[in-house]
Write a protein that binds this ligand. Structure first.
Ligand code: 5U1
Length: 685
């Protein structure tokens, strides 16, 4: 592009990016893929780097966050940011409407059935945005209502705040001051907290605190990373020629200029309309993607609003109908540990029952032991519980100042509360887990489904529904019990005709002849998938060798890292699992299930390299010396550190030195890395 074309392209890119930004963040209706947006954005960034003098504060590139500040300037509000009166029940709502009707009558205005514009009261932070000639020039917090903090650079990073108004410049007012709420949608809040927990970063108690904390950052680049949104709810100042007749119309204008306005905005009449609106919004509250603490009800006609005016710093023409709080204080009575389907042992708070947002809460999640440590919570503490949307109630905070002397610390169990098996915590994992995967009642259904699945023992006809019934009726506790089922018993189950019962018994019989990799996979050891099971079978050759393996030996196997080694070792250490395995592999005549497989790694002397002594020298590229050693040993070779005339084979990697010279002088056969790999591949099958 020539330098002459640059200005046009710059303007074009800015317009396109403003439009796409609006579609994505305000309308929730993107029209191009993210990658295309990123491409346009990069192109604009490059042009601006080439011509820094062309960068303007409203450029879409200016959202990434400006340089940190040392403090926020105090800014006086031209129009005070007042608070709202509250009503908590229908009687006071009725009284609010009556007061308005009386005032309207006193003013000689029509007072029957006044029109109200209603919307949700978002639980975030009120801010005020000033636009001059369509460009955002200032953003201020509410503060004490008379003056707040200038947080313009932080607010510019909020994608749903237009940096310049949408539409053609001749539709813009010279001056516009818009007020609204900055908030964090619930899902984004949960995700942000989950990530923070993983990284041991600061976790916020609720989306409101998260939004406040994010806006209060002196470094706008931090704010830019937080998933904040803005919804406009009031025009505080506007150039005279742009006046609207009603609040609703003013909101539509804001939408045309690119602001997000509430999707729940509605105009209703009189007390019956308001009551309906508040009831319906309360019903919807849990499904909304953000926290609300009530409904805001405003007399729709702006001239009448002005005539009614204010009383004690609150508008006479508006109020907030408050819903029950989403956070309440209660006491932590106990912590119990629940075992999930996959063995995760999760702490659950037992609480003194408390009403939260209209529901009695007596249990709340505590996530894991790290969360307990982070909250510094003890049994007996007063805690703040939060219930919002469909999310399980959570312990959001502990009131440390109220801690009773007898408060007790919480410890993770060492034994599974369901089956008594040992509980382990793999390095680097937050969750504690029951190791009795094959035996534990909490994991029973999952274990059986996995055991019967196609890549495991492939028991045709043993589907999820039947497993559920078998477990629920107490007929099957471990996979070994499956092999005791007979046709008569099976016939009693739903949708089980004699024929299908017979087929299932046959399928069970057939599954007894399997392979070692399948059997290892079927055990459902954590993080042991098909490939790892095959590697384990190949390396150890027999189930017994695998059962006895130490963590160090397990680490020698391809694909097995410290965590997997720990899981495998813990699994075979658990007595209950071994009892089940023994029942599975014991011959039928000894009352076992009789599962068997061809002995692949037979006796050691039958292994392909048995009796041979190998030496490795030089550096190998595609595997470590230890891996090569382990694989050769699995094939029966003895791997020695020095060359002698008894050496069967020398493997010489790059920069091999004296061992290679010695082998050559002794006539010991030498192969390179590629030949070793070929041999391993061939022999390991
Ligand atoms: N949605 C909404 N929230 N809210 C808060 N509208 C609204 N209006 C307010 C406030 C304080 O005040 C105006 C009525 C002035």
């Amino acid at each position: 592009m020539t330098a002459q074309q640059d200005p046009q392209r710059l303007q074009q890119l800015r317009s396109q990016l403003h439009e796409h930004n609006h579609r994505y963040y305000v309308l929730d209706d993107p029209s191009i893929p993210d990658a295309e947006y990123d491409r346009l954005f990069r192109e604009l960034q490059q042009l601006e780097e080439k011509h820094p003098e062309w960068v303007t504060p409203d450029s879409p590139t200016q959202r990434v966050g400006a340089a940190p500040l040392s403090s926020f300037p105090e800014v006086r509000h031209q129009v005070p940011m007042l608070s709202l009166g509250n009503v908590f029940d229908d009687a006071s709502l009725q009284a609010f409407v009556k007061r308005i009707q009386d005032s309207l009558s006193d003013l000689g205005r029509a007072a029957d059935n006044p029109e109200f514009c209603c919307e949700p009261k978002l639980d975030g932070l009120a801010v005020s945005l000033t636009y001059e000639q369509g460009i955002l020039v200032q953003g201020v917090t509410r503060g004490d209502g008379q003056s707040g903090e200038g947080i313009t650079e932080n607010l510019k990073t909020v994608r749903s705040i237009p940096l310049r108004l949408q539409g053609s410049a001749d539709s813009w007012p010279d001056l516009l001051e818009v007020r609204g709420e900055v908030y964090m949608p619930r899902a984004a809040f949960e995700q942000m907290n989950d990530r923070a927990r993983d990284k041991d970063d600061k976790v916020f108690a609720n989306p409101r605190n998260a939004a406040a904390g994010s806006l209060r950052q002196l470094d706008p680049r931090v704010t830019a990373k937080r998933p904040l949104e803005f919804t406009a709810y009031q025009v505080a100042r506007i150039s005279a020629s742009h006046d609207s007749e009603t609040h609703f119309q003013a909101m539509q204008k804001l939408a045309d200029w690119g602001f997000k306005i509430s999707s729940e905005l509605d105009v209703v009449k009189g007390y019956p309309g308001l009551k309906d609106y508040c009831d319906q919004l309360a019903e919807k509250r849990d499904q909304l993607p953000f926290d609300i603490d009530g409904a805001v009800l405003k007399l729709n006609n702006l001239r009448l609003q002005a005539e009614l005016g204010f009383r004690a710093r609150e508008p006479r023409w508006a109020t907030a109908y408050k819903y029950p709080a989403q956070e309440e204080i209660t006491r932590l009575l106990d912590v119990e540990f629940q075992v999930g389907r996959t063995g995760a042992v999760t702490p659950v708070a037992r609480l003194e029952p408390v009403q939260v947002a209209g529901v009695t809460v007596s249990n709340a999640t505590l996530h894991n032991m790290d969360e307990i440590a982070r909250l510094d919570v003890r049994i007996g503490d007063q805690v703040i519980v939060r219930r919002a949307g469909d999310v399980i109630p959570q312990v959001a905070k502990v009131i440390l100042t109220e801690r009773p002397a007898e408060a007790r610390s919480i410890h993770a169990p060492t034994q599974c509360p369901v089956c008594g098996s040992h509980v382990e915590r793999a390095e680097g994992e937050a969750a504690y887990r029951c190791t009795g995967g094959l035996y534990c009642a909490a994991q029973r259904k999952e274990a059986l489904k996995h055991f019967a699945s196609r890549k495991a023992l492939d028991i045709e006809g043993l589907g999820e529904k039947l497993i559920d019934q078998l477990v629920e009726r107490g007929q099957v506790e471990t996979p070994a019990d499956l092999y005791g089922l007979n046709i008569d018993e099976l016939e009693n189950f739903d949708r089980m005709a004699k024929k299908s019962a017979k087929n299932l018994v046959e399928a069970l019989e057939k599954s007894k002849q399997t392979t070692l990799p399948r059997f290892i996979y079927a055990l459902g050891i954590r993080e042991v998938g098909e490939a790892t099971a095959a590697n384990l079978a190949r390396y150890f050759g027999s189930l017994d060798a695998l059962r006895q393996a130490s963590e160090e030996q397990l680490l020698e196997v391809d694909d097995v890292g410290p965590i997997v080694a720990q899981h495998i070792h813990a699994f075979f250490q658990e007595k209950h699992n071994n009892e089940t395995i023994n029942k599975l592999i014991k011959p039928v005549e000894k009352q076992g299930a009789g599962i068997h497989w061809p002995e692949t790694a037979r006796r050691r002397e039958d292994l392909p390299l048995s009796g041979q002594t190998w030496v490795l020298t030089g550096s190998l590229e595609s595997l470590t010396r230890d891996q090569a050693k382990a694989r050769l040993e699995a094939l029966g070779a003895k791997v020695s550190g020095s060359v002698s005339k008894k050496t069967s084979q020398l493997v010489a990697g790059a920069a091999a030195g004296s061992k290679l010279t010695k082998a050559e002088s002794l006539g010991v056969p030498v192969m390179d890395e590629q030949e070793l790999l070929d041999l391993l591949k061939k022999q390991e099958g």
